[in-house]
Ligand binder design. Structure first.
Ligand SMILES: Nc1ncnc2c1ncn2[C@@H]1O[C@H](COP(=O)(O)OP(=O)(O)OP(=O)(O)O)[C@@H](O)[C@H]1O
Ligand SMILES: [Mg+2]
Length: 220
């Protein structure tokens, strides 16, 4: 699903080069569930954003499902994101003025579906994550755990094969973290490929494989 070779990225500040991703090779099979761990500043989010086609490397080669990710082709990254990838973030990133149902239906707006088709897909995504009785609520009327489950429903509504999650349990207590991880394990069992960044060893343990970064390089 993911084949990365010789990935390199740096930032320049006052004439000094800060290497953030240092010659990373990484392969993730379809259906695999991996966790990326490592100290703060080690490049986890940067690597995840490149995998999610939200950011690009300076050098290296990235193939997603056998296709070379090419920032030189107009809209290529956006098309790959729309076709393959669902995103889950630490801070949920729901639109505060829209209901849970609207938040989940929003990614379907650009696909030319009717409103009732969008809502019906959004309702089944909400059902999948177990928050059907809260679909008319605003995000502020939901608990953190419920908001993250709505955000996961939004990530799933396009039926992506790859789920990318940056510290998905970082803002949750241990009970809600555990529920989110149970949901991720179920999605994994259903065939989704998952790539998750976490600080928490207990969360990392629930993945099939842990990739440890240090100073932008894979050390384990
Ligand atoms: N836009 C940017 N400009 C300059 N430096 C950046 C930029 N984005 C990230 N960095 C630097 O790149 C390094 C890696 O950042 P990244 O966010 O990938 O780390 P991380 O492992 O996700 O850390 P954390 O665990 O704190 O989230 C850090 O030193 C950071 O300061
Ligand atoms: Mg980060």
């Amino acid at each position: 699903m993911i084949q990365i070779e010789g990935l390199y990225k740096s930032y320049w500040r006052s004439g000094i080069e800060l290497v953030v991703i240092h010659d990373i090779d990484l392969a993730v099979s379809e259906g695999e569930f991996i966790a990326i761990m490592g100290p703060s500043g080690s490049g986890k989010s940067t690597l995840l954003n490149i995998i999610g086609c939200l950011d690009i490397a300076d050098r290296g080669h990235y193939q997603l499902d056998g296709q070379t990710v090419d920032p030189g082709i107009p809209h290529h990254l956006a098309r790959l994101r729309a076709r393959y990838i669902g995103f889950v973030f630490q801070s949920f990133n729901l639109i505060p003025t829209r209901s849970a149902l609207d938040n989940v239906a929003l990614p379907l707006l650009y696909q030319g579906m009717t409103r009732s088709a969008r809502n019906s897909r959004a309702r089944s995504a909400l059902q999948r994550v177990g928050v059907t009785d809260r679909s008319a609520h605003l995000p502020s009327q939901l608990s953190g755990g419920q908001q993250q489950r709505v955000a996961i429903a939004r990530a799933l509504v396009n039926q992506p094969r790859l789920l990318i999650a940056d510290e998905p349990t970082g803002a949750l207590d241990s009970h809600n973290s555990s529920q989110v991880m149970t949901l991720f394990r179920e999605l994994h069992d259903e065939g989704h490929t998952l790539v998750m960044v976490t600080h928490d060893p207990a969360i990392g343990e629930r993945a099939d494989r842990v990739v440890i970064l240090s100073d932008g390089a894979v050390v384990s």
